[in-house]
Design a protein around this ligand. Structure first.
Ligand SMILES: [Zn+2]
Ligand SMILES: [Zn+2]
Length: 134
């Protein structure tokens, strides 16, 4: 099996990173702090062991916010992209997988924290379009 890295970046391209693989399943997190931090109905996440993650560029552009005690959310302070969250004592970081520039082999395994959903953002049954609604 050949080694395959995945690359990711923030919206402005100032911050770039590399992961060896996603070590934990992709989960769509609906918790209210993810909703606020990502300005989205949910955040798509996956755990990556620290030794499988490295910043390649732009680490000086990162800011972090402690959204709950001991949990740091790191984002690009130029464009606002959320890139990863971590609890420093844990052996893995929580990658924000929508910032990947290459497709991982996995498909999402679960939606979590759906108890925090707000009805006005629920998407089931809402008409969908490939691009925008004409
Ligand atoms: Zn950026
Ligand atoms: Zn969350």
């Amino acid at each position: 099996m050949t080694e395959h890295h995945l690359h990711g970046s923030c919206l402005c391209g100032g911050v770039r990173y590399q992961v060896d693989r996603l070590d934990l399943p992709i989960q769509h997190c609906h918790c209210h702090t993810c909703r606020k931090a990502h300005a989205a109905a949910y955040a798509s996440t996956a755990g990556v062991l620290r030794q499988h993650f490295r910043w390649l560029q732009g680490q000086q552009l990162l800011s972090s916010y402690e959204s709950s005690t001991g949990k740091l959310r790191h984002f690009c302070r130029v464009c606002g992209s959320q890139l990863l969250a971590e609890r420093p004592a844990q052996s893995h970081v929580i990658l924000r997988v929508a910032t990947l520039d290459e497709a991982p082999p996995q498909r999402p395994a679960a939606h979590i924290w759906c108890s925090h959903d707000v009805a006005w953002l629920a998407h089931d049954g809402v008409p969908s379009f490939a691009e925008w609604q004409a």
